[in-house]
Design a protein around this ligand. Sequence first.
Ligand code: HGY
Ligand code: MN
Ligand code: MN
Ligand code: MN
Length: 395
Amino acid sequence: MGLDAIEGVGRDPKRGGYSRHVFDPAERELREWFVEQAQHRGLAVRCDRNGNLWAWWGEPGRDAVVTGSHLDSVPGGGAFDGPLGVVSALAAVDALQAGGFTPSKPLAIVVFAEEEGGRFGVPCLGSRLLSGAIDPDVARRLHDPAGITFAEAAAEAGLDPAGIGRDDDALSAIGTFVELHVEQGRGLVDLGAPVGVASSILAHGRWRFTFTGEGNHAGATLLGDRRDPMVPAAEMVLATRIAGSEVDGARATVGRIVPNPGGTNVIASTVDVWLDARADDDHDTRRVVARIREMATEAAARENCELTVVEESYGDTVVFDSGLRDTLSAALGGVPALPTGAGHDAGILAAHVPTAMLFVRNPTGVSHAPEEFAQESDCQAGVAALATVLGRLAG
Ligand code: HGY
Ligand code: MN
Ligand code: MN
Ligand code: MN
């Protein structure tokens, strides 16, 4: 399937999954691999001002048919989330070229930067910058856990930090975007189908809750004399499950807590808690966050701590263009359409160009973990579907 070609790159020895984050050594190794693979197929590769890679079959131009996905991962992520879409795009080009197909429109494979937000915290950073969905000044100031800013990392990767931002040329060239992705759930398993098309993406966002107390000595400070921000932070994690359970279909997750300074014998002075909240629509998502914030504020007050909350990213519900979705489904003999709780670059582009997604069955239903999986036969079905769709759209 081609994924074996990048097997092991960025494998996380501790967790067994993959950690590949924008412009870090593993992701850069995958970028180099992609450029080589694309050039081997006669595609002309360029990196845009925001760090997204574009491999063109034919001259870049308007009304292009574009496919692709991302090569970065969450910390300890699976092998398929992102790379499957990129490898399948290369394999679909192979199939079309082997069949003597010549596109009548420009056709490109795109690799978006920092889709997971695993390094700089904002998901779909590359597609948000491309489409103007994030202020470039805000993006330049984003920093990773080591304190390196996106501007510094971009410069080190050869980009001009002053040049990042909405790219009208690149955006206006796209006629249609189709992203193939491993399904992050069990929809296709339950439907008994190897491939499906996406109908919608949940509204979702990320918020940073910062609890501020008083750093002190773990042994010399009586419990009654403490302002320990870890206590309300812990209560917030429980509040996340309580609030999420109150809204049908909502998801609310705390996957990352960072106490500062983080010593075993040190009462933290501050604790950052990141909330990932999602629901069927904007109203429900914001309702969950408001409820969590209410309980977190009460918990902070009980421990005489302060609380600040910053919305770091947000995207409303995405409903994919039903015309394009149904065209793809029909071209594929009527594959099922299904919603997803996972975000994608396709969700960002859908606000600007006709966009669709193809999903490939994941028998484990697990994602963002090493157990994520897709059978070789289903991956091949995904490639065949993508080749059919690209041939139809660019024929
Ligand atoms: O977080 C998401 O939903 C996506 O996998 N980036
Ligand atoms: Mn993901
Ligand atoms: Mn993904
Ligand atoms: Mn000491």
